[in-house]
Design a protein around this ligand. Structure first.
Ligand SMILES: NC(=O)c1ccc[n+]([C@@H]2O[C@H](COP(=O)([O-])OP(=O)(O)OC[C@H]3O[C@@H](n4cnc5c(N)ncnc54)[C@H](OP(=O)(O)O)[C@@H]3O)[C@@H](O)[C@H]2O)c1
Length: 181
């Protein structure tokens, strides 16, 4: 029987809860210099990624493909129209979280990085996100693309750790506790 797959998110938000401006802009995010806020450690711990199409298209605009040879599943209802990067292992899926999780589990993956606001929300609604690390940047954007969205019922989380950085970024890690009423 395959091991249980665990899905994780590692994402930055403005203090008012946005992951990007309305137009997708992320110019307000700090650039990684000497400090990477734990990203490399997190990235080296995962063995595959699931990205929403919007996040994937943003990444495709980067100068270099940032995910090496880790497999990336792009969720889209128009999966036949997904452009491919030079290099990189990109697969597409029609978007049902349960199917994606089952396929990745059957392929032997155990720790998956889930990225993109709508995609994270879909994983939470399907009770498929195991933990989330949120880095809060001390800026208010006023409007933008939210990290979280509507839910049918409350979702409880367990706070695992919080650390702060000299530039004011505050990073918290939470585990989901879907069974707690
Ligand atoms: N602050 C950060 O750390 C951070 C990290 C990542 C991304 N971002 C920003 O977040 C923005 C993208 O986030 P987003 O909320 O717009 O969306 P997203 O999750 O990246 O992409 C959503 C799209 O994925 C497709 N999709 C297919 N099945 C889906 C499913 N089950 N659940 C969700 N999506 C599904 C849909 O596109 P189709 O029309 O193709 O079906 C949907 O519109 C970008 O602007 C990026 O800059 C910020």
């Amino acid at each position: 029987m395959p091991n249980q797959l665990k899905a994780y998110s590692f994402i930055a938000t403005s203090l008012d809860g946005f992951i990007a401006r309305e137009d997708g802009g992320i110019d307000w995010l700090p650039t990684y210099g000497d400090e990477d806020y734990g990203y490399e450690e997190f990235f080296s711990s995962i063995d595959a990624l699931v990205l929403g199409r919007n996040s994937y298209e943003l990444i495709l605009g980067f100068e270099t493909w940032p995910y090496g040879d880790k497999p990336v599943v792009v969720l889209s209802s128009r999966s036949d129209q997904i452009p491919r990067p030079d290099g990189g292992r990109v697969y597409t899926s029609g978007g049902r979280v349960e199917e994606v999780v089952r396929d990745l589990t059957d392929s032997g993956y155990e720790r998956v990085y889930v990225d993109g606001g709508k995609t994270i929300q879909a994983f939470i609604r399907s009770k498929a996100l195991h933990a989330i690390t949120i880095s809060r940047i001390p800026v208010l954007l006023g409007s933008g693309i939210p990290l979280f969205g509507e839910l049918e019922a409350d979702v409880n989380l367990v706070h695992e750790a919080t650390r702060s950085f000299p530039d004011g970024l505050v990073q918290s890690r939470y585990r989901f506790d879907y069974d707690r009423a």
